[in-house]
Ligand binder design. Structure first.
Ligand SMILES: Cc1cc2nc3c(=O)[nH]c(=O)nc-3n(C[C@H](O)[C@H](O)[C@H](O)COP(=O)(O)O)c2cc1C
Ligand SMILES: CCCCC(=O)C(=O)O
Length: 372
């Protein structure tokens, strides 16, 4: 990583990445849907939560080790699924997989990854999962599921908050499309052609989703997926207790509580506001992951206190990738890990098993995730 000043906070990587990326790619990465109020609410809801430290607990260096779906994880952190990592670094998802692995974190590859499942599996030293959108072309899904299982992926994450890619004003203004050399290599090129078609005033990603995503899928269709794989299945984009319970009833092994980083439903409740009731509704019956605006280790600790098993990091992983490939990803995740360890020490907590709701003052919990 070559830069003029030390990158000491995750936000330093953001600034550096912004300098390095073209305006349309930066806008795609940073932007959200509508007026982007959900992007800001994600951050604001975390900022409003105050941690309550206990003192004189005689705690030494805390242990960050945990388990997720029965597998050990060195840190309760993962990289959220994000499309097209070659927009940010020529090595794409191979670098992200390496960086996540060296920090001890989970990596969830997107269905729209630019490196093959085998390349990512070869590069990953930690847990590696694959995210899916429900495409109209079920043959493609079927093939992907089989290949992921064969390549050694540990779980599949079906994203359910995007029957279509929402209107994102920055992408519309930029007429955003994916460059021809950035290819979602795990799918037929016929399925992806529209993502490369630039049309002024439209987003090629939105046009592509309208063409290729199957909006007719319902809960009953999950049996089709369940019947095709032995891998654990999770749903990403769950924001209500009703849907979390339905996920468990339909045999899902986990949920990712998420508003997609404020990129889908404008005005959506924040994941952090929805998390406590969802964790309570499914407690012990399936894994609970969360994402959205985690930018400091103390943010991560707040989500763990509200019932999350693991916290996923979105945009900051791509800031790290932009700044320094695998080293940059490892640096961002390493910072969050070290900050989390420090926050736990300062709260008098020796391990994650002692992290619970008492860490947060009840009055600090926002009623509905919107900033006051
Ligand atoms: C550039 C970008 C691409 C994304 N692509 C996907 C994707 O392919 N599949 C998916 O389920 N979510 C996708 N997401 C959403 C992330 O998984 C995650 O929910 C969100 O970014 C978390 O918020 P954060 O960026 O504030 O940490 C994407 C997000 C970004 C920023
Ligand atoms: C087709 C959707 C692209 C990835 C995505 O989910 C996002 O940009 O948020």
């Amino acid at each position: 990583m070559t830069q003029e000043r030390a990158l000491l906070h995750v936000r330093d990587f953001e600034e550096e990445a912004r300098r390095r990326l073209s305006q349309p790619v930066w806008d795609y990465l940073a932007g959200g849907s509508g007026d982007e109020s959900a992007v800001h609410a994600n951050q604001a809801v975390l900022d409003r939560l105050g941690l309550r430290p206990r003192v004189l607990t005689g705690t030494a260096g805390p242990d960050l080790g945990t388990t997720l779906l029965g597998r050990p994880l060195r840190v309760p952190l993962g990289v959220a699924p994000m499309a097209h990592h070659r927009l940010f670094h020529p090595e794409g998802e191979v670098a992200t997989a390496q960086g996540a692995g060296s920090a001890g974190a989970l990596f969830i590859a997107s269905i729209f990854a630019n490196r093959t499942l085998q390349e990512m599996a070869g590069a990953a030293s930690g847990p590696l999962w694959l995210q899916l959108y429900w495409l109209r072309r079920r043959d493609q899904l079927e093939k992907l599921v089989a290949s992921a299982e064969e390549a050694g992926f540990g779980a599949l994450v079906l994203t359910v908050d995007a029957p279509v890619v929402a209107r994102r004003p920055r992408d519309l203004r930029n007429g955003f499309s994916v460059p021809a050399d950035v290819r979602a290599v795990n799918l037929d090129s016929s399925v992806m052609a529209t993502t490369h078609r630039a049309v002024t005033g439209t987003s090629a990603l939105a046009a592509h989703s309208a063409e290729q995503f199957d909006t007719s899928v319902g809960w009953a269709d999950l049996a089709w997926l369940r019947g095709r794989t032995k891998l654990p299945l999770l749903l990403k984009g769950v924001l209500t207790t009703q849907d979390a319970r339905l996920a468990v009833e339909h045999g899902m092994d986990g949920v990712v509580v998420s508003n997609h980083g404020g990129r889908q439903l404008p005005g959506a409740v924040t994941a952090v506001a929805a998390l406590p009731e969802i964790a309570a509704a499914v407690r012990g019956r399936c894994a609970v992951l969360v994402d959205g605006a985690f930018r400091h280790g103390s943010d991560v600790l707040k989500a763990l206190a509200l019932g999350a098993d693991t916290v996923l990091i979105g945009r900051p992983a791509l800031w790290g990738l932009t700044c320094g490939g695998s080293t940059g990803v490892a640096a961002v995740l390493g910072l969050l890990r070290d900050e989390l360890a420090e926050a736990m020490l300062l709260c008098g907590l020796p391990g994650l098993d002692l992290v619970d709701r008492t860490l947060l003052h009840p009055h600090d919990r926002p009623p509905d995730g919107r900033p006051a």
